[in-house]
Design a protein around this ligand. Structure first.
Ligand SMILES: NC(=O)c1ccc[n+]([C@@H]2O[C@H](COP(=O)([O-])OP(=O)(O)OC[C@H]3O[C@@H](n4cnc5c(N)ncnc54)[C@H](OP(=O)(O)O)[C@@H]3O)[C@@H](O)[C@H]2O)c1
Length: 267
């Protein structure tokens, strides 16, 4: 079981920006060695140099598009070739796309499904057996509060995050008592590049948190709470319970109201 991050080796996907970058910084500051993965090599190299200089930890970078089917295995082989046993897998890389479903390009649909669902599942499938054999490890999956209700105009994104929550919670149960902690983080709106990439207006961003606060919360909960899932922030928890207690039609009506003007404009 991982009781502290000191001396462990953690792999963080989506480490070039936002929540993943913030988690990598905290992990390095607590003595974890890192593998940073994302597409943008210069950003990863700059971050790696900074973390090595500041915290004297070992940091390797892997640049690749995880939405391409062969890349998760290449990342696994990258760690094996370097003799790295990954103790903590942080499946953080994820993207969204806002707009009408029928107007969403097939490339965007494939990228979302491949990155948010397939890469996360395949990476977990590749790294988990080693952790179970060593009886030491953790998988931290980043979902979203979008997972808790259908969201018109973000239909695929919200559904993909529902997969992440269900998958993580099932795996949490399978791995309990075997030295491996599976944990799912559900952030709400967080100030990162996510909304710009997804084409969501800043005006849709209510109750926004900083990436640093969300990352600190996630890593603390990973170590100290036994729960499979944690929602960041008081208002996000209120929204979660409101959605659970309301009739489904009302919930979808409300999420439609939140996103329809923007989603329709985008076509
Ligand atoms: N921000 C929010 O409001 C919010 C709320 C709930 C959940 N989340 C979740 O939090 C996670 C992190 O997002 P963020 O908010 O930190 O957004 P972000 O700043 O846009 O970071 C996304 C990260 O994923 C990487 N990435 C994107 N596409 C990739 C691909 N095809 N292959 C490999 N890496 C890829 C990006 O790096 P490159 O561009 O260099 O590849 C970047 O490092 C996501 O799973 C997101 O769904 C975010």
């Amino acid at each position: 079981m991982i009781r502290s991050f000191k001396g462990i080796t953690a792999l963080v996907t989506g480490a070039s920006s936002g929540i993943g970058k913030a988690m990598a910084r905290i992990l390095a500051s607590e003595g974890a060695n890192l593998v940073l993965a994302a597409r943008n090599l210069p950003r990863l190299e700059q971050e790696a140099a900074d973390l090595k200089g500041r915290y004297s930890v070992n940091v390797q970078v892997f640049a690749g598009d995880l939405s391409q089917p062969e890349i998760p295995r290449k990342l696994f082989e990258f760690t094996r070739e370097r003799g790295l046993d990954i103790d903590l897998l942080v499946n953080n890389a994820g993207i969204g796309h806002c707009g009408l479903f029928e107007a969403t390009g097939s490339q965007d649909i494939r990228a979302m499904l491949n990155l948010n669902i397939e890469a996360l599942t395949v990476l977990t499938h590749l790294f988990l057996p080693g952790m179970l054999a060593r009886k030491k490890g953790g998988v931290l999956n980043v979902a979203s509060t979008a997972a808790f209700q259908p969201i018109p105009y973000l239909s695929i994104y919200a559904a993909s995050k529902a997969f992440v929550v269900h998958f993580s919670e099932a795996l949490w149960s399978e791995c309990k008592g075997r030295g491996v902690r599976v944990f799912c983080l559900c952030p709400g709106n967080t100030l990162t590049r996510f909304h710009q990439t997804a084409g969501i207006a800043r005006s849709r961003m209510f109750f926004s948190a900083s990436a640093g606060d969300v990352a600190r919360f996630a890593l603390r909960k990973f170590l100290r709470s036994g729960s499979p899932t944690a929602i960041y922030g008081f208002w996000n928890k209120v929204m979660y319970y409101a959605a659970r207690l309301s009739p489904r039609r009302l919930t979808v009506f409300m999420t439609n109201l939140m996103y329809c003007s923007w989603g329709r404009k985008k076509g």
